[in-house]
Write a protein that binds this ligand. Structure first.
Ligand SMILES: [Zn+2]
Length: 421
């Protein structure tokens, strides 16, 4: 490997409680302001003051400190009213980034995501067969080098986040089982961190998508939400309860695909019969469409083109009926405000929203399902990258003051050194 590769600034976290005289309240307030700006780029200082409940001069000082840390920038409003002083708008520094990775059976998608959820780069490496962990790491390391070469000098990397279709133990980013990739007991976080030389966090893909939709998509501002995602590898999901993401003992909570649905008979790969993901599946939807495979961004068009075909309509109605059963169960268990449907489930819903809405009302326990909002996911093909990046942003958002000024030359580290070691 050539030693002439450009360098990437890797942010350095100071040991907790050391190297900073910032008091606990101030650290907490810095976290509040940076998180608000990350979730809603361009808020004015006046809005930040209102939302945080802090006073105006405190917010001004906190924004100044975050600016000094290289995490936000202020922009004067384009025009302002004659009343009072103009309130500057605060933007997160989109060049503070996380490497986001989503391996799946057909491709590994890699992107560089900035604060504020900006996807700077997106690379898709397609596979003819599900990749091994070692193949995935090799492709990611190559992509990392290519991205590093195209980054500006100001770009800072906090670490990497990975969204995996499978059971991931959250304590140590250990993939217990990813059936469609055929990965079992893989210390993916540890291996990838060693290869890239940056901190790596690995989680289930549907769970990170739940977070992404809650922060930037259809669930923005919702504290109780159920998310169901359908992909080639089945149905996954997640729940947010009282603003907290459902985790479970090992971090496996939210496997909606492997809950039984009424009338389900088919054998599932998990060993049970009648699981949601055997009854509602992309494969079974593609059959009447006459397709072997589809890029999900084209699925709406494929359905629209065949909307008059009775076989297509019947299959959509059947799948929506089964999905309504699962959605009704989720409503009874979690009492959400909103149910978000992503991936091919979003296309199914968009094809006949009234069918699902009516079936959910009919199938659900009325007092709980009254006024429930069913929404299609909004982030589309960006959802897993944006969600995986949140994993890498979390330590910074929790305690911005614990990071050294992220552009400090002393924290420079060569990506070539890190990956060729
Ligand atoms: Zn199953």
């Amino acid at each position: 490997m050539s030693g002439a590769k450009p360098q990437v600034t890797v942010a350095r976290s100071l040991a907790s409680g050391k190297g900073s005289r910032v008091d606990a309240t101030r650290r907490h307030n810095l976290s509040t302001i940076l998180t608000a700006v990350h979730h809603r780029p361009g808020m004015s200082r006046a809005e930040l003051t209102r939302q945080s409940g802090l006073n105006r001069s405190t917010v001004g000082a906190l924004v100044a400190e975050l600016t000094d840390l290289g995490l936000v920038r202020e922009v004067a409003p384009a025009e302002h009213s004659s009343r009072g002083r103009p309130s500057p708008h605060v933007y997160p520094r989109a060049d503070v980034t996380v490497l986001a990775i989503n391996p799946d059976t057909d491709a590994v998608t890699i992107g560089l995501v900035g604060l504020g959820g900006t996807v700077h780069e997106r690379m898709r490496h397609e596979w003819s067969a599900p990749p091994t962990v070692e193949q995935t790491i090799e492709v990611v390391a190559d992509a990392y080098r290519a991205l590093a070469a195209s980054m500006s000098d100001d770009t800072v990397l906090l670490g990497a986040g990975v969204a995996v279709p499978g059971l991931v133990r959250s304590d140590d980013s250990f993939v217990v089982r990813a059936p469609h990739l055929d990965w079992t007991n893989e210390p993916l976080g540890e291996k990838l961190s060693r290869a890239l030389g940056v901190p790596v966090v690995v989680r289930n893909d549907a769970r990170v998508a739940t977070v992404a939709e809650t922060v930037f998509g259809a669930g923005r501002g919702v504290s109780d939400l159920v998310y169901l995602n359908g992909s080639r590898s089945g149905i996954g999901g997640g729940a947010v309860i009282d603003g907290l993401t459902l985790r479970g003992r090992d971090g496996f909570g939210g496997e909606f695909g492997h809950t039984a649905v009424a009338g389900g008979r088919e054998q599932c790969h998990c060993g049970r019969r009648g699981c949601l993901e055997t009854e509602v599946s992309l494969e079974r939807l593609l059959e009447p469409l006459g397709l072997a495979n589809v890029d999900l961004v084209d699925l709406d068009d494929e359905i629209a083109r065949n909307a008059a075909d009775p076989k297509v309509r019947a299959e959509i109605q059947r799948q929506l009926g089964v999905l309504a059963n699962a959605v009704g169960n989720a409503i009874s268990i979690f009492n959400p405000d909103t149910v978000v449907l992503g991936g091919f489930l979003g296309s199914l819903y968009a094809a006949a929203p009234a069918v699902l809405d009516a079936a959910v009302q009919k199938d659900s326990f009325a007092p709980i399902s009254d006024g429930i909002r069913i929404e299609r996911a909004q982030l589309g093909s960006r959802v897993h990258l944006v969600g995986a990046a949140e994993l890498g942003f979390l330590p910074l958002l929790r305690d911005p003051a614990s990071y050294a000024k992220v552009t400090a030359a002393s924290s420079m580290r060569s990506v070539t050194d890190a990956t060729s070691a």
